[in-house]
Design a protein around this ligand. Structure first.
Ligand SMILES: Cc1ncc(COP(=O)(O)O)c(C=O)c1O
Length: 393
């Protein structure tokens, strides 16, 4: 049988072919809950020509990223790497690798992201139990211990820096409680890494994850992940396979560990970016970065209070990276945020979940935590907000 010499192809459908111009995104100052602006050096790194994901030079760079992540997190964990994906991918990796169906997971929920952890653990077949606090509060050690005693979970999951509320969960003693009650401690550090004191080993955290786009001053796209020896041993004793191929740390470690075997094509440019972001953080020094975030946040808080505005979280629990400011009565919070964006190129966030319509969320994260940015925000609240106040306020 002879093959046809010319193939008849259908006519190309032109319906979706549009003559768009080249991309032209505006410059914005991102002072919301994230992403935050990337450092210019990081942007330069991102735009370097890609190299192969098994190129020996790239393999060296991977090791540098891992080492700098260990520094940023203050951990010696061998399994420390950036997941390809955003913070939620790394969040899912903690659950996918360490939860087996039917096992009890206790989630301490005090905001939107605690609920996301609960949803994820549920999807992986865990018997999920929760303890809850209202949005703007943190858990005490006594509350956590009472729940550990009654629920007897194999994992306690909690958010360190709750971006939906602006609360920083005090961590002292939680890791010890988890050891005492024989469970792993899983910590969300998405809005704390780089900007807020964080000591994974000292605090006896077994599993943690973060993101690239906040305190690290890199665009979104990578989810730092770390797993301590207790969690690693749990992973090695799993009865079944990790039910998520892409996020399976035992497979990923064949690429990130000494074997260097292909798993998936790494987003090499994102790793150039995070390598630079982490290098800049190390150059500044963690203590200096934490101090800078604290000083700028305190200046923002006292500035808002001088304007007669009310902060949602009591001072001792406030996150330096994310401030929740109550929207005054009579003000259309959405309209004001839109005005800042359209007329001044500044993004601030609105409330999520229980706090929707009640607060603005203002981020001072990484590269954006500067005194100049604080002045800009305070100045705009002072000069522009009065026009948005209703007659009843
Ligand atoms: C506390 C917290 N956890 C998890 C996430 C999810 O990260 P991502 O949006 O990068 O997937 C976020 C996002 O802002 C967050 O603030």
């Amino acid at each position: 049988m002879s093959l046809p010499t010319t193939q008849t192809l259908p006519a190309v459908n032109q319906r979706h072919k549009k003559d768009f111009g080249p991309i032209a995104t505006p410059e914005r100052l991102l002072l919301g809950p994230g992403p935050s602006n990337a450092h210019p050096t990081v942007l330069n790194a991102l735009s370097r020509p890609p190299i192969g994901h098994l190129d020996p030079l790239y393999v060296d760079l991977m090791a540098e990223v891992q080492e700098l992540l260990r520094y940023a997190w203050q951990t010696d964990n061998r399994l420390t790497l950036p997941m390809s994906g955003t913070g939620s991918a790394a969040m899912e990796a903690t659950i996918a690798n360490c939860v087996e169906p039917g096992e009890t997971v206790l989630v301490a929920v005090k905001g939107y992201f605690g609920n996301r952890l609960k949803d994820m653990a549920d999807r992986y077949g865990a018997n999920v139990k929760t303890i809850e606090k209202s949005w703007g509060e943190a858990f005490s050690l006594e509350e956590l211990e009472a729940a550990l005693i009654s629920v007897k979970p194999s994992i306690l999951a909690i958010v360190h820096a709750e971006t939906s509320t602006g609360v920083c969960q005090p961590m002292h003693g939680i890791g010890d409680l988890c050891r005492k009650h024989n469970c792993l401690l899983l910590l969300d550090t998405v809005t704390s890494l780089g900007g807020v004191p964080l000591f994974i080993d000292e605090w006896r955290v077994d599993l943690a994850y973060s993101c690239s786009q906040k305190g690290l001053s890199c665009p979104p796209g990578l989810g730092p992940f770390t797993m301590g020896p207790r969690a690693e041993s749990k992973l090695s004793q799993r009865k079944g396979k990790v039910p998520n191929w892409y996020l399976d740390v035992s497979l990923l470690n064949k690429y990130w560990g000494s074997d260097r075997v292909y798993h998936h094509t790494a987003p090499v440019n994102m790793n150039f970016g995070i390598r630079e972001a982490l290098r800049l953080l190390a150059q500044e020094g963690l203590e200096n970065s934490w101090e800078r975030h604290k000083i700028n946040a305190e200046k923002l808080w006292s500035g808002f209070e001088s304007l007669g505005l009310e902060l949602h979280v009591p001072e001792e629990l406030r996150l330096p990276t994310l401030t929740t400011l109550r929207i005054p009565k009579g003000v259309d919070g959405k309209a004001f945020a839109l005005h800042l964006l359209n007329s001044h190129g500044i993004e601030i966030g609105g409330g999520l979940g229980d706090l929707a319509g009640k607060v603005w969320r203002i981020g001072l994260m990484g590269y954006n935590s500067t005194s100049e940015n604080v002045n800009k925000v305070l100045n705009l609240f002072e000069t522009e907000l009065p026009r948005f106040r209703g007659t009843d306020s």
